[in-house]
Design a protein. Structure first.
Length: 80
């Protein structure tokens, strides 16, 4: 079972329990707190590496059309 599948099942279950045991305000408070925890944890992740092909070239519009048509990107064909 993936994390997403667990979240799809556990999220509404936890919300229903919080509403049944407490109040809807408690459910919103817990939701806001978990959002803040996630935001803090995301800030601790390392930055994504820069792409190998960072710039645009003179043929960028034609290259974009080619990339869409072939479903892949080959910078050597577009900008060399």
């Amino acid at each position: 079972m993936t994390v997403r599948q667990v979240g799809v099942i556990a999220g509404p279950l936890a919300a229903g329990l919080l509403i049944a045991l407490g109040d809807i305000f408690v459910a919103y408070l817990v939701d806001a707190a978990t959002l803040l925890v996630a935001a803090v944890l995301i800030r601790g992740l390392p930055p994504l590496p820069r792409p190998a092909w960072p710039g645009r070239c003179a043929r960028a519009p034609r290259c974009a059309g080619w990339a869409r048509a072939s479903r892949s990107c080959a910078p050597s064909r577009c900008c060399s």
